[in-house]
Design a protein around this ligand. Structure first.
Ligand SMILES: Nc1nc2c(c(=O)[nH]1)N[C@H]1C(S)=C(S)[C@@H](COP(=O)(O)OP(=O)(O)OC[C@H]3O[C@@H](n4cnc5c(=O)[nH]c(N)nc54)[C@H](O)[C@@H]3O)O[C@H]1N2
Ligand SMILES: Nc1nc2c(c(=O)[nH]1)N[C@H]1C(S)=C(S)[C@@H](COP(=O)(O)OP(=O)(O)OC[C@H]3O[C@@H](n4cnc5c(=O)[nH]c(N)nc54)[C@H](O)[C@@H]3O)O[C@H]1N2
Ligand code: SF4
Ligand SMILES: [Mo]
Length: 690
């Protein structure tokens, strides 16, 4: 039997799949040629996901800790006991001492978690938002009122990939094969990435900035476009506010100084600006790298202004508005109206954009657990996340998790984080329950991911676990009798139930270009706010400003003596963050954590190809295997991210600190002031042979 569904939980998902099932087991997965997104392509992760379903390490029963935290002694318990224990812990606690945490959002389960938190009046919900997607999304919302998506359907003449490695790291709602098709049809490509990738190798213009200085580069390009009069005058005059202020603001920057900050020569900044603005239409494919420093929101704002003044906003082949199909509104799903006091109770209300989106940056929770300030956090429920590998400053994160009175983790494998839990809940994964993709995401469509096989053992989907936990907490009226009723309610405004949705496979919103011509933009001024009124009202920079005090840590000369190199990182095409190192076919493709070093730098340290090296920052030291890479700037090293060793049961928490790049990152201020991003990509380091 062949069942069509969509890929998920190996990255953000999106590729249509044909899944062959025999005797209740999946025997083959291939790309679905009929899917409008991938048109039959599939990647190694997509194929390998079958290995995860019946993997010997798969968690199959709820577990309760027996020995000390992290001792690895467990007892199987029933779901009844597990959920009763967690609900009693929550009900007995001061609600402000509880934190719910989600890793990368994977489906509806994030919304179910926020709903449960709101109904229980728990203010703290941690997501990776401050360093993933939210700087871009909120910067876009306050600038033009929507999230502009690259329009690969009406082919752009140029794609500017900025800190995005889309060929190998599918984004939420946008997949690499869409970009590949556009390039195959002849679109030009400009890439801004310190590292050579498959994508930058194809670029007509490849710019290698110093990590963490993307804002300065964007300001340089804006300066050229504005001062050389290359912008779209008609659009700027009619549809923007604050252009004269921008003009004045840019006079304060010299190209020479920006070139020094970014390591990009002046001529190249000029060339990049001209290529982008003169090749019409052009879209910007912005990526996660611009969010991994303390200029995140302002960098996204600067790129918004580039899209605007080049005349590419909501225009065919540019960056467009993609309204979602009608469904239960996310705000209604999470019942935000029932908890209006949440904002005052937040741990870190000073991050206004995070507060607007209702999440708490992870490092503020880690600090609150350790310091008890502004109020103590004593228990945590983590779902679909591995904070020991993914939060900045893993050492501090470890101390915080150890200090909690109670930790519950919902997982598919016993990760280092799950090994610290008091209760571990075994979750079902893609193919094992009825699910939908991209709900609440601003890409304008929903994907049906229907159940294909039963989950193993006693595994249950997160959605069901939280639904039942809600009922156990006395909230029977606010949860559903079963999952189908929940999904049907979400889909009702679209005039479908889940069965109908399954048949349709994909639901799109009402996509139109230039909808602002009818209603204006969704901002207070109804125009694109180059000068952002809300940032000004909140006391932040209303124009993108490169501030020395938020600048690179390497401006401290003493530190640069000790740590002369700049460390950045990138995601591995074969894995999803820290997950799936235990899937044999993927591990064969990417067996070790690899750090890229320029041959000259390696030579100075006596490091050769394949040597294990130590990477040291002020925060700590890890080991990775060297690969010499002459395309890098000799001052930059690129480490692998997300490594632990599921097979190393002999090491503490399966080797959580051996090669984990977040042992090297910092979680102290300064933070990005509006949303709380930490610096993950511009860290002074040094390297030596092990
Ligand atoms: N230094 C550095 N740090 C980073 C990044 C970086 O580039 N560099 N990237 C950041 C970004 S962009 C993000 S989004 C975060 C990601 O942070 P996390 O989401 O914490 O990272 P993952 O390793 O993906 O952890 C997800 C866990 O969920 C489990 N899992 C998979 N599917 C399911 C499911 O359906 N249910 C449940 N309950 N569990 C499931 C997996 O086994 C895995 O252990 O990390 C951030 N941290
Ligand atoms: N295979 C795979 N796919 C994934 C994920 C995964 O873990 N694995 N994670 C998913 C998630 S949650 C996210 S957020 C997306 C992220 O996907 P992307 O947006 O592509 O982000 P990254 O791969 O983290 O980094 C992109 C590129 O930025 C470069 N880079 C490093 N530092 C800098 C810098 O300072 N400036 C600039 N301009 N570039 C820099 C890196 O070399 C890398 O090639 O991928 C999603 N898809
Ligand atoms: S690119 Fe992502 S969505 Fe597509 S098959 Fe691979 S893992 Fe699945
Ligand atoms: Mo992410």
């Amino acid at each position: 039997m062949i069942i069509k569904t969509y890929c998920a939980r190996m990255d953000h998902g999106g590729c249509g799949l044909r899944v062959e099932v025999e005797d209740g087991k999946i025997v083959k997965v291939e790309g679905d040629p009929d899917s409008p997104l991938n048109r039959g392509t599939i990647c190694a992760k997509g194929i390998a996901q079958v290995e995860r379903l019946n993997h010997p390490d798969r968690l199959r029963h709820p577990l309760k800790r027996m020995g000390e935290r992290g001792d690895g002694k467990w007892e199987h318990i029933s779901w009844e006991e597990a959920l009763t224990t967690i609900s009693q812990r929550i009900l007995q606690a001061d609600r402000r001492s509880v934190a719910f945490a989600q890793g990368t959002p994977k489906g509806l389960e994030l919304y179910m978690m926020i709903r449960l938190a709101n109904l229980l009046k728990v203010p703290t919900v941690i997501t990776p938002g401050a360093i993933c997607h939210m700087p871009r999304e909120t910067a876009a919302m306050i600038t033009c009122g929507f999230f502009p998506v690259p329009d690969y359907d009406h082919p752009p003449a140029l794609v500017l990939a900025w800190g995005s490695n889309l060929f190998q790291t599918n984004e939420e709602g946008i997949i690499g094969s869409q970009l590949r098709r556009v390039l195959d049809r002849g679109a030009k490509l400009m890439v801004i990435d310190p590292r050579r990738t498959q994508l930058s190798s194809r670029a007509d213009l490849w710019i290698q900035p110093r990590p963490g200085t993307d804002l300065a580069l964007a300001l340089g390009m804006l300066k050229v476009i504005v001062e050389d009069g290359l912008y779209d005058r008609a659009f700027v005059d009619q549809w923007t506010v604050g252009f004269p202020e921008l003009q004045e603001h840019l006079k304060g920057y010299s190209l020479k100084a920006l070139a020094e900050i970014t390591w990009v020569p002046e001529e190249k900044i000029v060339e990049a600006a001209r290529l982008y603005v003169r090749t019409q239409p052009a879209c910007i494919q912005w990526g996660n790298a611009i969010e991994h420093n303390i200029h995140s929101v302002q960098t996204a704002r600067a790129l918004m202004i580039l899209k605007t003044i080049s005349g590419n906003l909501d225009s065919p082949g540019g960056n467009v508005n993609r309204p979602s199909p009608p469904t239960l509104r996310p705000g209604d799903f999470v019942q935000s109206k029932g908890f209006p006091e949440k904002r005052e109770q937040l741990l870190a209300p000073e991050f206004r954009l995070a507060a607007m989106m209702g999440f708490t940056p992870s490092q503020t929770v880690v600090k609150a657990i350790l310091s008890g300030k502004p109020y103590p956090i004593r228990m945590m429920y983590i779902q679909g996340g591995n904070p020991l590998l993914s939060y900045a400053n893993a050492t501090e994160t470890y101390l915080a998790l150890k200090k909690l009175d109670f930790l519950a983790v919902a997982e598919i494998f016993l990760t280092p984080t799950a090994q610290l839990a008091d209760i571990v809940l075994p979750t079902a994964t893609n193919f094992e329950f009825d699910d939908m993709g991209h709900y609440g995401m601003p890409h304008g469509f929903l994907l049906a991911r229907p159940k294909v096989v039963d989950p193993p053992g006693e595994c249950r989907p997160d959605l069901l676990i939280l639904n039942e936990l809600g009922k156990k907490c006395g909230l029977e009226k606010s949860f559903w009798p079963d999952l189908r009723s929940c999904l049907d309610e979400v889909l009702k405004p679209a005039g479908l139930d889940y069965e109908g949705f399954k048949r349709a496979g994909i639901l799109k919103g009402n996509w139109k270009y230039k909808s602002y011509e009818r209603n204006g933009f969704g901002t207070p001024s109804k125009k694109v706010e180059i000068f952002c009124s809300r940032l000004k009202d909140w006391g932040y920079d209303p124009l993108p400003t490169y501030r020395e005090e938020f600048s690179l840590p390497d401006s401290d000369p003493h530190r640069m003596d000790n740590y002369p190199l700049i460390l950045t990182s990138a995601k591995d095409p074969c894995y999803f963050h820290s997950a799936y190192r235990n899937l044999p076919s993927l591990r064969k493709l990417s067996p070790d954590p690899i750090v890229l070093i320029h041959p000259q730098t390696a030579g100075e340290m006596g490091v050769g190809e394949g040597d294990w090296v130590l990477i040291e920052t002020r925060q700590g030291t890890i080991r990775q295997k060297a690969a010499l890479n002459s395309d890098l700037d000799p001052r930059v090293v690129v480490a692998a991210y997300g490594w632990w060793f599921p097979e190393r049961k002999d090491l503490e928490l399966s080797g959580w600190k051996e090669s984990n790049v977040n042992i090297l990152t910092e979680n102290d201020p300064p933070y990005e002031p509006t949303i709380g991003s930490t610096n993950l990509r511009a860290i002074p380091c040094r390297i030596y042979r092990e």
